[in-house]
Ligand binder design. Sequence first.
Ligand code: UTP
Length: 289
Amino acid sequence: MTHKPIRKAVFPVAGLGTRFLPATKAIPKEMLPVVDRPLIQYAVDEAREAGIEQMIFVTGRGKSAIEDHFDIAYELERTMTDRGKDISVLEPTRLGPGNCAYVRQQEPMGLGHAIWCARDIVGDEPFAIFLPDEFMHGSPGCMAQMVAEYNRVGGNLLSVLEVPHEQVSSYGVIDPGLAQGKLTEVKGLVEKPKIEAAPSNLIISGRYILQPEVMRVLEHQGKGAGGEIQLTDAMAQMIGNQPFHAVTFDGARYDCGSKTGYIEANLAVALSRPDMADEVRAMAQRLVG
Ligand code: UTP
């Protein structure tokens, strides 16, 4: 059986990024660099690798740096070219004409609300969601791995990973059913549960493939954990009517919404790069030793 292809990705980038203040007062959290690429660029590259063509950004006030990042920088390119500098490093920042759309979430009312703001651009087809501050490092990328599974089973997919039990209250948690290889059936979902009430220690880690019906559920979704409209709550209502699976990502995940996770991501990427690994390893050893 063939499933409708995943052609569109939604990037919710309208949050306030309060955990990174004052750095994020004038710069969107999603523009913070891991080594030399902003978080949002990694997410877009991951989407392209998975065959996704159209990028939909849900932005808010103070986020125009993201639009500029994915536009042509005439003056910069002209000056660099005139000086004989290589501009190929800017290549990934170019999105094809008509391949990106921006929609505003006027108030940060929660992730579910941000996704709902993209409903008309998503239309009636399955789509992917990327939370850019969840940095997924691996090859093939997390979404490419998910699309491979989607092509087999269809329906809705979430990327998950295991965390220590005492951390579950910060995340969306799945109630797991039958597991087969990388795929686990999802029987239920709960956002930010109390430790003792958590159905597992498998958390949703920032990548989703969802059927368009989720938009209709979000339309009527009330506030949940933290007083925000939660995507997890809307998805939970769909379970039973639609197939839901979790995919365990074969790679590393860094929570770049937290300061220590962000530093870890920078170190991990630097240590994986041939152009700087030796220098950074020696530097890190000096600092800790
Ligand atoms: P987070 O809760 O991690 O981001 O949302 P935040 O609220 O910006 O950060 P803190 O907690 O204040 O530091 C995950 C993703 O969802 C987006 C964020 O921009 C981030 O990419 N988001 C969140 C929205 O687009 N709108 C919202 O109302 C909430």
